[in-house]
Design a binder for this molecule. Structure first.
Ligand code: PLP
Length: 427
C-alpha cells in the first residue's frame, strides 16, 4: 500500500461528477477507491487515547448524575441502539444519539468530553482534588468558587454551544458561546436562561470560530476548538466501543460477510471522524464509514475529492453553505480530522435539504423518533450509498451488511419547532 494521499482518494472522474452534481444543487456520492485496504493516517487515533477517554467518562459519572438528576440518570453518556421498524432497509439499526442525556445531541460526547478534560486538569492543578480521589469533591462550595472564575469559550452553529454551555454552567463555570448566524433561536434562548453569555455573530461557522478563538486569548479562558481539537475527536471515538457492545448484545457479528456500514452526519467532521476512527480500531476493513453532509455544505466531500488531505472551502466551488441542517452548516472541514482519519473515510454523501426534512417526517411517523434535519440526514444517504457502492464493488454482492444510521440530534426540539418542520413545505 502506498503512503501517498492520492492512493486513498476516489477516482478523479467520479470526484468531478460529484462536484458537478453539487453545483447543480443535487445529491452527490464520493467513494474511496475500493480494495485498497486500511490506509495509514497522518495522525491516527491510539488505543491509549480511547481508553483514557472511557475511564474519564466513568470518573465523571457521579458528578454528572448529581448535576443532572432528572429521571434518576446514572451519569453514563450513552444512547440506545434500536431496530428501525419502517421499511428503510433490511438490517437497519439506529444509534439514538439524538436522545443523549443532557444535550440531546451527539455533542454530549465530544464537546462535553473536552470540557471534562479541562475541568479535571484544572482540579488537579489547583489542586481541588488529588490524583485518584473521587471527583465528587468538585461539587463542594470551595471547588465551585474556583470554577466560577474560569471562562469556557466555544463557537457553534447551535448544538456544540448548547452542550458545552449547559454542562459548563452546571459545573459552575462561566460559558461564552459564539453563535454563527445558523444557530436556532431556541438554542440561544435556552443558553441565556441558564446564565451563559451568548454572542451572536452575523457570520458563518468558520468566522464564529475565529472570533471565539481571539476572545479566549485571556488568562481566565479555555477555548474549545472544534476545528483543531484532539480531545473532541477522542471523546467521539469512545462511542465505538459502546456500539460494538450493543451489536454483540444483539447477536450480530461484524465480518467480511456482514460488514458494518455506519451513516454519520458530518459538520466539521469531528463527530463522524472520531466515531469512524474508533470503529476502524475495532473492526478494521469490515466497517465502512459514510459521512453525510448537506448539498450546500459538503466540506469533507470536497476535501476528499480534492485528495490533498487538507480542507477546501465549499465557497470556492460556488456553494453557499445555506442549509436547513444547522448542525452541519460548516464551509470548511477540520484539518485535524482529515489528518487523523481522512484516508480511511470510505464515502461522503451529500443530501438535499428536502430529503432531510422528508426523513424528519418519516422517522417520526414510522419510528416515533424526534429528529432535527441534521440528525435525520443519515437516513437520506442510505439508498444513495448502497446503490453506488454495489456498482463500485465496495460492498460484496453476497454480503449482508448491517446498516447503522447515527441519529445525532433533535430530542430537545421544542414542540413549535418540531411541528413547523413536520408541516413545512421544504419537502
Ligand atoms: C455537530 C453535529 C453533527 C456533526 O458533528 P461535527 O463534529 O461538526 O462533524 C452532526 N449532527 C448534529 C445534530 C450535530 O449537532
Amino acid at each position: 500500500m502506498s503512503d501517498d494521499q492520492t492512493s486513498a482518494a476516489g477516482r478523479p472522474r467520479d470526484s468531478l461528477a460529484a462536484i458537478a452534481s453539487l453545483v447543480r444543487g443535487e445529491a452527490a456520492v464520493w467513494l474511496r477507491e475500493p480494495g485498497l485496504g486500511l490506509a495509514v493516517d497522518a495522525a491516527p487515533l491510539t488505543i491509549e487515547e480511547v481508553e483514557d477517554a472511557r475511564a474519564r467518562f466513568i470518573r465523571f459519572e457521579p458528578v454528572l448524575s448529581t448535576l443532572f438528576p432528572s429521571g434518576g440518570w446514572d451519569g453514563q453518556i450513552r444512547s440506545e441502539l434500536i431496530a428501525y421498524p419502517g421499511s428503510g432497509a433490511p438490517n437497519l439499526l439506529v444509534k439514538c444519539d439524538h436522545a443523549l442525556p443532557m444535550a440531546g445531541s451527539v455533542k454530549a460526547r465530544g464537546g462535553v468530553y473536552e470540557l471534562l478534560c479541562h475541568v479535571e486538569e484544572l482540579a488537579l492543578r489547583r489542586p481541588l482534588i488529588s490524583p485518584g480521589q473521587s471527583l465528587e469533591a468538585l461539587l463542594t462550595p470551595e471547588s465551585l468558587a474556583v470554577l466560577e472564575a474560569r471562562r469556557i469559550v466555544v463557537a457553534s452553529t447551535g448544538n456544540l454551544g448548547f452542550a458545552v454551555g449547559l454542562v459548563a454552567r452546571a459545573l459552575g463555570l462561566q460559558a461564552e458561546i459564539h453563535m454563527s448566524h445558523d444557530a436556532k433561536t431556541w438554542k440561544k434562548d435556552r443558553l441565556k436562561s441558564i446564565g451563559a453569555t451568548v454572542i451572536e455573530h452575523a457570520c458563518d461557522y468558520t468566522g464564529a470560530v475565529a472570533r471565539a478563538r481571539s476572545s479566549a486569548e485571556a488568562e481566565d479562558a479555555y477555548f474549545i476548538d472544534d476545528e483543531n481539537s484532539r480531545r473532541l475527536f477522542v471523546g467521539y471515538a469512545a462511542a465505538a466501543a459502546e456500539l460494538a457492545g450493543q451489536l454483540s448484545a444483539r447477536g450480530l457479528t461484524v465480518g467480511p460477510d456482514s460488514p458494518l456500514i455506519v451513516y454519520l452526519p458530518c459538520g466539521v467532521g469531528g463527530a463522524p471522524g472520531g466515531v469512524t476512527a474508533g470503529l476502524k480500531q475495532i473492526y478494521g476493513q469490515d466497517v465502512l464509514a459514510v459521512f453525510v453532509e448537506p448539498v450546500a455544505s459538503p466540506c469533507v466531500l470536497v476535501a476528499l475529492a480534492a485528495g490533498q488531505g487538507v480542507p477546501v472551502s465549499v465557497y470556492d466551488l460556488g456553494l453557499d453553505n445555506d442549509t436547513i441542517a444547522d448542525g452541519l452548516a460548516v464551509p470548511s472541514a477540520s484539518p485535524l480530522v482529515l489528518q487523523a482519519i481522512g484516508r480511511n473515510i470510505d464515502a461522503a454523501v451529500a443530501v438535499t435539504d428536502q430529503a432531510m426534512v422528508q426523513w424528519v417526517r418519516r422517522a417520526w411517523a414510522e419510528a416515533g423518533l424526534r429528529l432535527e434535519p441534521s440528525g435525520a440526514s443519515g437516513f437520506a444517504a442510505l439508498a444513495l450509498f448502497i446503490e453506488r457502492a454495489r456498482v463500485a464493488g465496495l460492498i460484496n454482492p453476497t454480503a449482508t451488511p448491517i446498516h447503522v444510521v447515527w441519529a445525532t440530534g433533535g430530542s430537545l426540539l421544542p414542540e413549535p419547532e418540531f411541528s413547523a418542520l413536520l408541516a413545512s413545505d421544504a419537502a
